[in-house]
Ligand binder design. Structure first.
Ligand code: UN1
Length: 500
């Protein structure tokens, strides 16, 4: 913790349309994980700052809800155009503060652009239902209305995409937003907030409060005037948030990670499966909720698959993600690096066989960053901790199985349920798998990553609590249903009594 630095970019809070200094004027450094450089600093705010943001949001929300939805949506359309215009700049900042390789950073910004145009269209839909009344000369319909003030808490691994999945539907539906970004990635938050302002979003409709989960996050969760919390992050934090929200009867939408598997059957195109594994296990250095961290392989093709995978891994260039040739960037920070390394030790202790990686990279150009060698364990038992717990790093466990049925059972044997995939050419297995895989997202002949923004994003079991991000499903988190009955009979009609 420090007082403001003399140079570098400072990310303060954005409240009621203005950048304002947090009450305590304390800051944490923003680091580039590729080389440890300080990029700037971010405010460490307090409950008092959350209070100011809530006051601004309350003032703005009533007016915003009265703006016709197609006009609210036009702001998002302009946000989409600005994101598109600045795509390269945003991608470069994203790589610098989060570490993902530039090609993936461009992909992430593209998710935000897609989400903007998709949700802009929603301004002319926001469909409810009309339905016949059981009585004569009576009209019945259900409409979506904003919940009021929405608190969104976003992670560092997709600092712009996830913020758009949550804030765009909230805004188009007529809510005001208070956003706490991860302290590791506030530069992307600053960019997106400036874009909202340039696009003409009225003051107070979105407010940014930077700082820790324990101070700012807790203050948001406990604030009686914040009606909904939408959170993406760890299972542990999500559970605490849910408990607090439960006591207050506050709606909460949680997305908390996975232990995603790729199943490779004995009839699969193995080269294709290897491409899927490389991309899903080592892309974003394994730091996606959707990352593949288990490969469930039919024993008949296990050796072939391992050989092909190890061969392809030799060509994975590791380094600073701004280098277009690099395929695997750093992990977010030193703590993450240590946690990943500890899991590798756990795997070794459990008797799994390490086929590749298993070490921290710190030679030459990598010395000042946080790099972990892409790692593969084999002969992993489904019950081992490395096959059950989320590692959030470039470590994948190969689990051999004897049949399709066993593969499905192993896939479903974890407490998470976000994403799964199967490589097979058998149409019957394809349809059986999409029915029986207990995850919110299922892929066939593709890896476990790459969800598109117009479909619901989320999972079963310990991954969440039944809600979904992105798609129109996100509107369910940010709206209430209102049922409206209009009687034009001119007399009192009593439902359930006068309708015979
Ligand atoms: C996440 O890791 O939390 O499906 C989000 C994917 C990306 C989003 C991942 N579109 O991998």
């Amino acid at each position: 913790m420090s007082k403001k630095l003399a140079n570098g970019i400072t990310v303060d809070n954005f409240i009621d349309g203005e950048w304002v200094v947090s009450e305590k004027e304390q800051y944490a450094p923003i680091k580039n994980p590729a080389n440890g450089e300080t990029l700037g600093e971010v405010a460490l705010s307090t409950a008092e700052d959350v209070e100011r943001a809530v006051a601004a949001a309350k003032k703005a929300q009533k007016q915003w809800a009265l703006v016709p939805a197609p006009q609210r949506a036009e702001v998002l359309y302009r946000v989409g155009l600005l994101l598109k215009e600045r795509k390269e700049r945003l991608a470069r900042i994203l790589t610098m503060e989060m570490g993902k390789v530039i090609e993936e950073a461009r992909g992430e910004v593209q998710e935000g652009i897609d989400m903007a145009f998709y949700m802009a269209g929603e301004g002319r839909r926001l469909f409810g239902n009309t339905t016949p009344s059981e009585l004569k000369d009576k009209f019945a319909m259900s409409i979506r209305v904003p919940v009021g003030i929405v608190g969104i808490i976003t992670p560092w691994n997709f600092p712009i995409a996830i913020a758009t999945w949550k804030s765009f539907p909230a805004i188009v539906a007529g809510n005001a937003v208070i956003w706490k970004p991860a302290t590791e990635t506030p530069l992307m938050a600053r960019e997106l907030i400036n874009i909202f302002a340039e696009a003409g979003l009225p003051n107070g409709v979105i407010n940014l409060v930077c700082g820790s989960g324990s101070k700012v996050g807790t203050a948001m969760v406990e604030h009686p005037d914040i009606d909904v919390i939408s959170f993406t992050g760890s299972n542990e934090v999500g559970r605490t948030i849910a408990e607090k929200c439960g006591k207050l009867l506050k709606r909460v939408s949680l997305e908390m990670g996975g232990k995603n598997a790729i199943i490779v059957m004995d009839d699969a195109d193995l080269d294709l499966a290897v491409e899927g594994i490389l991309w899903s296990a080592f892309g974003t250095s394994g730091q996606r909720c959707t990352a593949c961290s288990r490969v469930i392989v039919h024993e008949k093709v296990k050796e072939d698959l391992e050989e092909k995978l190890l061969e392809r891994m030799r060509y994975l260039k590791i380094g600073d993600g701004l280098d277009e040739e690099v395929k695997v960037g750093p992990v977010i920070n030193g703590n993450a690096l240590q946690k990943i390394h500890e899991y590798v030790q756990i795997g070794r202790g459990e008797g799994a066989v390490l086929l590749a990686g298993g070490y921290i990279l710190n030679d030459g150009e990598l010395a000042d960053g946080y790099y972990y060698a892409p790692s593969v364990f084999t002969d992993v038992e489904p019950s081992m901790r490395i096959a059950q717990e989320e590692i959030f790093g470039p470590v994948v466990s190969i689990i051999p199985v004897k049949s399709f049925e066993e593969a499905i059972e192993v896939n479903n044997s974890v407490t998470f349920g976000l994403s799964s995939s199967i490589f097979t050419r058998d149409i019957n297995k394809v349809f059986t798998a999409q029915r029986d895989l207990d995850t919110g997202i299922v892929y066939v002949n593709a890896g476990t990553t790459g969800a598109e923004i117009h479909l619901p994003f989320g999972g079963t079991k310990g991954t969440g609590n039944g809600h979904r991000d992105s798609g129109v499903a996100a509107l369910d988190v940010f709206t209430e249903w209102k049922s409206v009955y209009i009687d034009f009979s001119g007399k009192l009609q009593r439902a359930q009594i006068d309708n015979n």
